[in-house]
Design a protein around this ligand. Structure first.
Ligand SMILES: [Zn+2]
Length: 224
């Protein structure tokens, strides 16, 4: 048993703050210099990408992440260094605040999944469930289009989005039907009619544990 004084040191891995890598983000290849051990501790993707066998640009010490965008990657940097989710990079000027938050949360989830960062995926999922509790607000069709374009059929992100949307009212879906991806509509209809109790609203999701929507490929189920 360790004393309370020892705990912070135990939780925080020892990082080498002299060893940096450059991450080239997006198709513009915007460079971000980050600490290698911080990113490798958090992300199996970076562990593999900086491993000698895969380290294609060893001299430059660079890793390309063309799928990421600057706003999501900056949110990821904040997470990697602080273990806190920061949504301030959401483009609040172009959409309502609530829509912009859903947009950055789901795009960050997709990036976290690509970086194999289960802890962040699951933190974002919990955040979505809490937000739905507080806001009871629909995701914008453009956000759903991005999700259905960038994830596979087995994605846990799709699963939580379908359940959230199936707890909102049918009128919301009908009004946006022409803007929604067809695959989403089919999955939504299947889930909506399966939802025999037709529990609309926040309580609809409380039937399930959050872990139902988590990613636990490498970790054991948390059961939360
Ligand atoms: Zn879990």
């Amino acid at each position: 048993m360790s004393s309370a004084n020892e705990e912070p040191a135990k939780k925080r891995p020892k990082h080498d703050y002299k060893d940096t890598i450059t991450v080239l983000v997006g198709h513009e290849r915007t460079p971000y210099m980050v600490h290698k051990t911080v990113f490798c501790t958090q992300s199996p993707f970076f562990q593999t990408a900086t491993n000698g066998n895969y380290w294609l640009e060893a001299k430059e010490k660079t890793v390309s992440v063309p799928e990421a965008t600057e706003d999501t990657f900056e949110a990821y940097i904040h997470w990697a260094y602080t273990s806190a989710i920061d949504l301030s990079t959401a483009p609040k000027a172009t959409a309502s605040h609530k829509h912009a938050d859903w947009d950055i949360i789901t795009r960050l989830w997709i990036l976290a999944d690509m970086l194999m960062d289960e802890q962040l995926c699951n933190g974002l999922t919990d955040l979505m469930l809490t937000k739905f509790d507080e806001d009871y607000y629909c995701m914008h069709p453009a956000t759903l289009c991005t999700i259905w374009e960038q994830t596979s059929a087995e994605s846990q992100l799709r699963k939580v989005c379908i359940d959230i949307m199936s707890c909102t009212s049918w009128e919301n879906i009908e009004a946006d039907a022409t803007k929604l991806p067809q695959e989403f509509l089919i999955e939504f209809m299947r889930r909506y009619f399966e939802n025999e109790e037709h529990m609309v609203g926040r309580q609809g999701l409380h039937r399930y544990k959050k872990c139902r929507y988590h990613v636990h490929r490498d970790s054991t189920k948390c059961g939360s």
